[in-house]
Ligand binder design. Sequence first.
Ligand code: ADP
Ligand code: MG
Length: 643
Amino acid sequence: QINKMKTIQETRKSLPVYQYREDLLSSIRQHQVLIVVGETGSGKTTQLPQFLVEDGYTNDGKCVVCTQPRRVAATSVAARVADEMDVFLGKEVGYNIRFDDRTTPDRTILKYMTDGMLLREFLNDPQLSSYSAIMIDEAHERTLSTDILLGLLRGILQERKDLRLIISSATMNATKFSKFFFNCPIFNVPGRRFPVDIHYTLQPEGNYLNAAITTVFQIHTTQRLPGDILVFLTGQEEIESMQTKLVEILSKLDGTKFSDLMVVPIYANLPQEHQAKIFEPTPKNCRKVVLATNIAETSLTINGIKYVIDPGFVKEQSYSGGISKLVTVPCSRASVDQRAGRAGRLGPGKCFRLFTKWSYFNELEKVPKPEILRTKLNQVVLLLLSLGINDLLHFPMLDKPKTTQLSEALDNLYAIGALNSKGTITKVGQVMCDFPCEPEYAKVIYSSVFEENCKGVLSQIVTIISMLQESNSIFIPGLNREEKTKLFGSMMQSSDHMLYLWIYEQWEENGFSQKWCRDFKLQHKTMKRVLSIRQQLWKYCVKLHFISKDNQSSSNALENTSPAMLEAKIIKCFISGFPTNVARLSNQGYTNIKHGLSVTVHPSSVIFTRLKNEGKPMKFILYQSLMLTSKEFIRDCITFDKY
Ligand code: ADP
Ligand code: MG
């Protein structure tokens, strides 16, 4: 233990920011806002907040907070810092991410939070008076929440003269932040960086996953150890599929000829206990291959990487013409440069780009497009309005969204009853603000209590919504339709929503047991998260008096309701929250009722085979998400005939 602490302290001192500790602290004392720019891995995220604590910023009972765009980063960094400070995670050092608050009021002095969670704190405390210093980390990522946070923080600096604001960013947009904050100083932390050899493909790659696999084996068989490989992929599915393929090939290879290859994935939804694996030192005579989303671009530093394989794609939210969807797009030049930099931390490295040099110079955008310009603004518009910021057009922002985006958000909020025709927040709208989920879901919950024709299904609705939050990691990876049909029988003839409800209720009846999950090929860890989400949503329902004391047990009101009636009510609730996520059957298949976009049911959906086999398919589908890959796929669907 003593040795471990010693190594940790030595590691701390070896980080580039350590040399600048005094300079940084004195700049922070002198300037209310400071931009800090430094190479990934230089110690910004783990060290700067500790410096502030050491410098006394938490002596008067206030906290230091550091925001992260990603949940994984917030949790893993908090764990690391708790270790470094030799305290328990959740006590002096904690994290707070949506549905998972690991802090102790009155005891926690250093918090890592997602940017979205800090944003929500403005609702309860518009001056953020419990904080003495706020570090907005990874600001260059320009998430929607970070941008709004920066705008709001800029507004409270005058009244909170004691507050210190540190904005950490990659070089790409430091001056933009400085300008936004009245030309505040930029502090550069020079990092250690070794040269990285960049290799391009001569031809565009048709299938970058296969190309990446080939490259992994080329590196593994020709390059000496040590030297781990980092592959950037777009999401969980891609990572899982590449992991399966790599493991399959490895099992067929003559093991005596090569040293070991160890494959470790990292993505946002990966359960926490698996995340730690990427930080473990690679065993001798072994090479680690990390399959990562762009989490590994700047948020997480993985030691030991010498080779980077970069297909050059990223999955991002896109929003145009009122349609919100996930799309895979080419990265920006700034992003692929960051990715290449990951190979040059240990010593000279190599980066294999699976695209052409021509494409790098002629096709890639310079910097990523900020999220605020490519996403639905419903939730933030509601938040700003509820903070009394009515003049949205003049709210200070690094990049202003288009007026059409704003008016669409207002329209949407009006459609779900959050605003009245004058654009003021309604009572329902206020409730939507309070709920820790998107306003659309809050409306679904609200309808299940108050709306005629809907009410009486609160318990079921809260269950389904909790399941939907985690829907992409409920089943064990790779579970196919045939197996699902064997396991879930006639439920596979219903819909995703009803299957989720059935699964949860069965699990509950079986004492939330791990064995039951194993038998039904469900991820117990995910289900436990669902349970915790459900409990938290339920707490809000109690707080807002949606449940009267004598009506705590869920289905009292519905004793005489048939399953068909129940489903009809559930559908009505979801329509009330997602009136535009509905597709209608036409000669061309299903098309969205508002935009006319034709959509295809994703094969992972329960309704996929049903639609194929049924003589008379249902007229309408309500879906929760739209993802563009080869087609416009809809997922998490429920069907109905009357609208
Ligand atoms: P920056 O924010 O400047 O990119 P960090 O503060 O995140 O840098 O990381 C500094 C160092 O701490 C890195 O070398 C990284 O490998 C190490 N580190 C961070 N988190 C962990 C962890 N969970 N386990 C082990 N080492 C870690
Ligand atoms: Mg960092």
